[in-house]
Design a protein around this ligand. Structure first.
Ligand SMILES: NC(=O)C1=CN([C@@H]2O[C@H](COP(=O)(O)OP(=O)(O)OC[C@H]3O[C@@H](n4cnc5c(N)ncnc54)[C@H](OP(=O)(O)O)[C@@H]3O)[C@@H](O)[C@H]2O)C=CC1
Ligand SMILES: O=C(CO)[C@H](O)[C@H](O)COP(=O)(O)O
Length: 487
């Protein structure tokens, strides 16, 4: 077979198939490969007229179909399957070739794979790709890592197939070396979890505390989507809430089992945050909320516990009047927006910490820029985050940006009222209340951490620092209670 394809895609399931079509529609000749050949045939039969495809039936044939330097993208199941596929293809590549893993790999795996392939002169590019099935076809947000040299070969193609931000800029950029791309994608997914949890809490409040029906809540979300909460996740929430189950005639949301699943990227974000020492409670609350929802044993055992005024669990308490509901919805909007800003701030702290730890040099403004379109968390306010980090690259936290700080200050009264109302009604809002606690914890002049330190010194002689002078100290708690200096 003569080498005629500019790019190749192996792994032609939901994502790979549409990514291959996107490359072809953008004018690139695309070599195709999939472990199960039927998928390759189906793609060509259904969409062969969309562009130039070179179907192949073995890894050798696939690699032979690629122009040099070869650029191939693997879009296969993360974990073991990715290792198997990369091992298989790496043996067929030559120095200068570019092997892209577009799946949701753990960034530590990507670092390991990149180092191994670098030894052989092959560029390994761990790339985050977000946008789901539709985004892969119409323009995803793409977060490549790997060497700068690999981006020179790959970047122009990625820029062609990526989503476009409202200002026309392609939603892709080189994030940094080795695992930077997959790290950024992991944090994207962590923020996605937090966003979804907050939206779910807003829905739950409007349903159970205000007594609104799903279709009415959809209208509230549509209104929010015309304002500062304008985002893909708010938009699809309204769509989901207006959908009726064909079998039962019930709101679709009422027939879906209330156990949220997860493939693992949110959990990775939290595990990594713990290792890096970055507080990301918004993401952690979202991961735990999913896990709690699926804990049938615990939920069954606790189902009979009394709620406020012994209301039946989950029952709405009657509908608010239209005026009350409208005012309550405004409060919830403030709370949702403020909590969202908090979880995005935590996401950026995480990117900064990862970048510093691994020496990636990730441009924080660029992360916001590539998330403005194509990805699941795309939202109007990402352009403001981009602007904030462009103006002040060293911004210590998004909360220090004057515009966001002002909005949080303006939101806080309604935010507190919302969390109080949730508590009164027995509606769990771990995301919103956790975000408020984070806000109060950061702005507090004094934290009870002082007491924690004293306790640690009491039971374990772990020492403490003082507010009034340098050094580390221990109090002889079991003896004369005199203070001694320990450094
Ligand atoms: N679905 C989504 O919305 C998103 C997915 N991703 C990531 O993109 C990647 C692809 O996702 P998706 O398209 O959903 O597909 P899946 O994660 O379901 O993976 C299916 C693909 O992997 C191949 N595969 C599985 N095991 C092996 C193996 N041992 N050897 C060779 N090939 C194997 C399958 O081949 P075969 O047909 O032979 O079974 C098929 O092509 C994943 O890493 C996922 O995390 C990223 C963003 C969004
Ligand atoms: O990567 C994605 C989007 O960017 C996927 O949608 C994400 O993996 C979904 O994760 P989970 O199944 O854990 O909810």
């Amino acid at each position: 077979m003569s080498a005629s394809a500019r790019i190749g895609v192996t792994g032609l399931a939901v994502m790979g198939r549409n990514l291959a079509r996107n490359f072809a529609r953008s004018g690139f000749t695309v070599a195709l490969h999939n472990r199960t050949e039927a998928r390759t045939r189906e793609l060509v039969e259904e969409f062969g007229d969309e562009g130039d495809f070179v179907p192949t039936s073995s890894p050798e044939e696939f690699v032979a179909a690629l122009e040099r330097p070869r650029c191939l993208v693997a879009m296969v199941k993360a974990g073991g399957p990715t290792d198997a596929v990369l091992d298989r293809f790496a043996g067929l590549l030559e120095p200068g070739d570019v092997l892209v893993d577009g799946g949701n790999a753990h960034f530590e795996d990507t670092r390991r794979r990149e180092a191994a392939l670098r030894e052989r002169g092959v560029h390994f590019v761990g790339t985050g790709i977000s946008g789901g099935e539709e985004g892969a076809l119409l323009g995803p947000s793409i977060m490549p890592g790997g060497s700068a040299e690999s981006y020179r070969a790959l970047g122009p193609m990625l820029e062609k197939i990526a989503a476009r931000a409202p200002d026309g800029t392609p939603c892709t950029a080189h994030m940094g070396p080795d695992g930077a791309g997959h790290f950024v994608k992991m944090v994207h997914n962590g923020i996605e979890y937090a966003d979804m949890q907050l939206i779910a809490e807003a829905y739950d409040l409007l349903r159970k505390a205000a007594g609104l029906a799903p279709a009415e809540i959809a209208e509230v979300f549509r209104g929010w989507n015309r304002g500062r909460l304008d985002s893909y996740l708010i938009e699809i929430t309204a769509e989901v809430l207006t959908h009726t189950d064909a079998d039962t005639g019930l709101p679709f949301v009422d027939v879906v089992a209330d156990r949220a699943e997860q493939k693992g990227t949110g959990r990775w974000t939290v595990q990594t945050a713990l290792d890096l020492g970055v507080p990301v409670p918004g993401i952690a609350q979202a991961v735990f909320a999913r896990s709690q929802s699926g804990h049938t044993r615990l939920r069954t055992a606790a189902a009979a516990l009394p709620g406020p005024e012994a209301a039946p669990s989950g029952a709405a308490r009657g509908r608010m009047t239209d005026g009350e509901a409208a005012r309550f919805a405004e409060q919830v909007e403030q709370s949702l927006y403020a909590s969202k800003v908090i979880s995005y701030a935590q996401g950026w702290d995480m990117v900064r910490a990862g970048s510093e730890e691994y020496g990636w040099g990730i441009d924080l403004a660029s992360v916001a820029a590539v998330w403005r379109a194509g990805c699941i968390i795309r939202a109007a306010f990402l352009d403001r985050i981009r602007a904030a980090f462009t103006e002040r690259p060293g911004l210590p936290t998004l909360l220090a940006d004057p515009a966001f700080a002002r909005e949080l200050g303006e939101a806080q009264d309604d935010w507190r009222r919302t969390v109080a109302a949730a508590t009164r009604h027995g509606v769990p809002v771990p995301g919103m209340s956790g975000a408020l606690a984070y806000y109060d914890g950061l702005r507090a002049a004094r934290l009870p951490a002082a007491l924690t330190q004293a306790q640690r010194d009491y039971f374990g002689a772990h020492t403490y620092r003082r507010t009034d002078r340098e050094g580390t100290f221990h109090t002889r708690w079991g003896g004369d209670r005199a203070e001694v200096r320990t450094d």
